[in-house]
Design a binder for this molecule. Sequence first.
Ligand code: CUA
Length: 339
Amino acid sequence: MSEFFLLASDPEAVQNLSIFDPVSPPAESIRSLSALVAGIAAFIFIIVEGVLFYSVVRFRARGPRTSEPPQVYGSKAIEVAWTSAPALVVFILVLVVTRTLWDVNRPNPPSKPQDHALFITVIGHQWWWEYVYESYDGRKLDLITANEMHMPASTEGVARPVYLTLKSADVCHSFWVPRLGGKTDLIPGHPNEMWFQTDKPGLYLGQCAEYCGTQHANMLLRVTVDEPAEFDRWLEQEAEPAAVPANSAVEEGQTAFLAQSCVNCHRVRGTRAVGTFGPDLTHLMGRQTLASGMIANDPENLRKWLTDPQQVKLGCLMPAFGLSTRELHEIVAYLSTLR
Ligand code: CUA
């Protein structure tokens, strides 16, 4: 677990969401392309405005007009110049954009295992993210988590890229972690792909970047880049089935949880909660936040969430279940053990 904690609502988050501070090759390609295009546009702007202001001042009417200014209509030389100059600019832009498209495109077929590469299928839901870890370092994985993605850093001179296959369970969403890569849409029935890698461990924030309904603005992304050894530990932990109740109080909590309709939507691996509609809760306490990055994951917020999710995230698809104080207490106690 990274000790770095930041909610998207914290003021420092703005810095973390900056496109001007890329840490991954695709994000760097996009930043340098933007800088080049802005530079070319600024250059043209200065030339055109310069000529305009010069002409306004230099050729301003002074005294009564005595003759027509010289007419250049139909001048072949000028027409050739103002046709070829923009065509040249457009041609240069096509070349650099093509190069950037080439850079950000995923270089490998999605299904092929590859040394040190991590393959994840990302599924967009209203309004949270599901991560299905497919394989890492040529090894098949069987692991599903939600909202907080982990990946290894490309440290010690070894590239550890992550290849994402992007899908949607409902409407269009868009995966955007500005410092790692550009926006890529998650479209129902049309898988998309993207990749990135970074040698800088840390927490990277992002947003869903395609309007997808009421809570689009709270469909927040968190990508934690771990040191490789730490990532291995995280994988190992996440691959374990859920913690078995260690005492009778927790056991009562588990019974209360399994008796509720929680099990229709949520999965806790190793129990009979096998729902797939909501986030996987097997290692809920391994996550720093609740409600897709909105609030910190602590017992108080968890209780608030279970009391009435609509008070926290209006319109979200989890209803309030009218739990009694006792049930609430028991279920929070149980969920708090799912490390
Ligand atoms: Cu999902 Cu906007």
